[in-house]
Design a protein around this ligand. Structure first.
Ligand SMILES: *Cc1c(COP(=O)(O)O)cnc(C)c1O
Length: 460
């Protein structure tokens, strides 16, 4: 018998969800151009589109909201948030932002000092890559080999490839590297964790070459708990100490607080001790996000975040959080659904290329499975494959993704294991007809970020 920990909370307030009929779902999906992004959420029964800003706040957070101090400058709420961030990171300077990409647009241009400078990450998250490029930089990914083997049982598939990192610095020249970004957990690699051993090696290389290190830490708490579970020597350490050890290895912390901040909106910039960089960010945050003591957030948002940051480090919560993902992964595997194994921290990635091998990559097999899952059970998932990847900017040809993934992303503290059982049952049903499914043709395709707005029709 496998063991899964129980949710360390009970339900105090509920949001009703309703299931429309299968006939209605078929109609709604057609109206949405066979793109779940275009569905109304009221027509969705279980929404696994993203874990970003979709979680439930605790009663402590809801009470903290009432304490919000809405002063434009120097509010009490800001100082409570600043204290929480300083306590967790040990960093000296804190600037709020409206969400993760807000923090990126303020901080990254101050690090990328010249056009054409490189930024190296295990894998850049989409918006991070976009902000590197908008600031005139070039984003290079440097993921470990194990990352690409779907079924290899390896504890830290989010790691950097250290040899490649050294080669890249050598090849591009250390003075041309603006920063190294450690994305923890590694979102684009399936929310897979990065080990402290790996981060220490990255730190050593960065220090030797005087390159600043940025933590892109939307899910740093989940990463820290993975380290406790899987890395030698950390079983007895507290998650807080592990997180602190992680922050000690970097210079800047950028966070989308919509994940491990346990809030519906919010972001953070924290800087260890670089006063000049802090001053530059202070200047830039004003026109981009807002005055440096609110950065696009209301006082009440900052109070909810101050509490959420601490709750996300509670170990019974984290144990349950990682277990609910593992639970869904196990149920799917038992039913013969091909997934990335072991599961990461926030989602289960389903290998749709293996479910419907007859559908070519440019007819988007994972989008087809997402659509079938919606029709089957009113469940909304998201394509992470060739549709998301887009076209080659020069040749305009469709690019082929390494894997045609469907991501089942689990919001925090929101659904029960019964909901996850239902998701597994529905997807197992869909897989049974996988070989009969047909691909999709574009009816509308926008020139960039096409996956959000595209419309399709099924192949005859
Ligand atoms: C979500 C995310 C971001 C962007 O944050 P938003 O709050 O969505 O703007 C950046 N990096 C990582 C790793 C993320 O997961």
């Amino acid at each position: 018998m496998k063991y899964y920990s129980l949710p360390p909370f009970r339900i105090k307030m509920v949001e009703p969800i309703k299931q429309i009929t299968k006939e209605e779902r078929i109609e709604r999906l057609k109206e949405a151009g066979f793109n779940p992004f275009r569905l109304k959420s009221e027509d969705v029964f279980i929404d696994l589109l993203t874990d970003s800003g979709t979680g439930a706040m605790s009663h402590y957070q809801w009470s903290a909201l009432m304490m919000g101090d809405e002063a434009y400058a120097g509010s009490r709420s800001f100082y409570r948030l600043e204290k929480a961030v300083k306590d967790i990171t040990g960093y000296k300077y804190v600037i709020p932002a409206h969400q993760g990409r807000g923090a990126e647009q303020v901080a990254l241009p101050n690090l990328i000092k010249r056009k054409g400078m490189y930024v190296i990450s295990n894998i850049h998250f989409d918006t991070t890559r976009a902000h590197v490029e908008l600031a005139g930089g070039r984003a290079l990914d440097c993921a470990c080999e194990e990352c690409f083997d779907l079924s290899l049982d390896y504890p830290f598939k989010g790691n950097f490839n250290i040899i490649k990192l050294k080669e890249l610095i050598e090849e591009k020249g250390k003075d041309n590297i603006a920063a190294i970004i450690m994305t923890i957990t590694n979102n684009s690699a399936g929310g897979q964790p990065v080990s402290l051993e790996n981060m220490r090696e990255v730190n050593k290389i960065a220090r030797m070459n005087s390159i600043p290190i940025v933590i892109d830490g939307a899910r740093y708490a989940e990463n820290s708990y993975f380290i406790k579970l899987r890395e030698k020597g950390y079983n007895e350490k507290s998650v807080r100490d592990i997180a602190k050890e992680t922050f000690d290895l970097a210079d800047v912390f950028l966070m989308s607080s919509k994940k491990d901040g346990l809030v519906n909106i919010g972001g953070l910039i924290a800087i260890k001790d670089n006063e000049e960089l802090f001053r530059q960010c202070q200047v830039r945050v004003i026109p981009m996000e807002g005055f440096p003591t609110y950065g696009g957030l209301s006082g009440r948002d900052m109070d909810a975040l101050a509490v959420g940051l601490n709750e996300a480090l509670e170990e019974d919560y984290l144990q349950y959080r990682l277990d609910e993902i593992r639970y869904l992964g196990d149920k799917l595997q038992e039913g013969g659904v091909p997934i990335q194994y072991p599961t990461g921290g926030h989602a289960v990635f389903v290998d749709c290329g293996a479910i419907c091998p007859q559908i070519p990559f440019d007819q988007f097999p994972a989008q087809v499975v997402c659509n079938e899952l919606y029709i089957e059970g009113g469940i909304r998932a998201v394509e992470i494959g060739s549709l998301l990847l887009g076209r080659d900017p020069d040749t305009h040809e469709n690019l082929k993704a390494d894997k045609e993934f469907m991501r089942l992303t689990i919001p925090r503290r929101t659904y029960t294991l019964e909901h996850l059982n239902y998701v597994a049952r529905c997807l197992i049903e869909v897989c049974k007809r996988g070989k009969e499914l047909k691909g999709l043709d574009f009816v509308y395709e926008s020139p960039i970020l096409r996956h959000f707005t595209a419309e399709f029709k099924p192949k005859e």
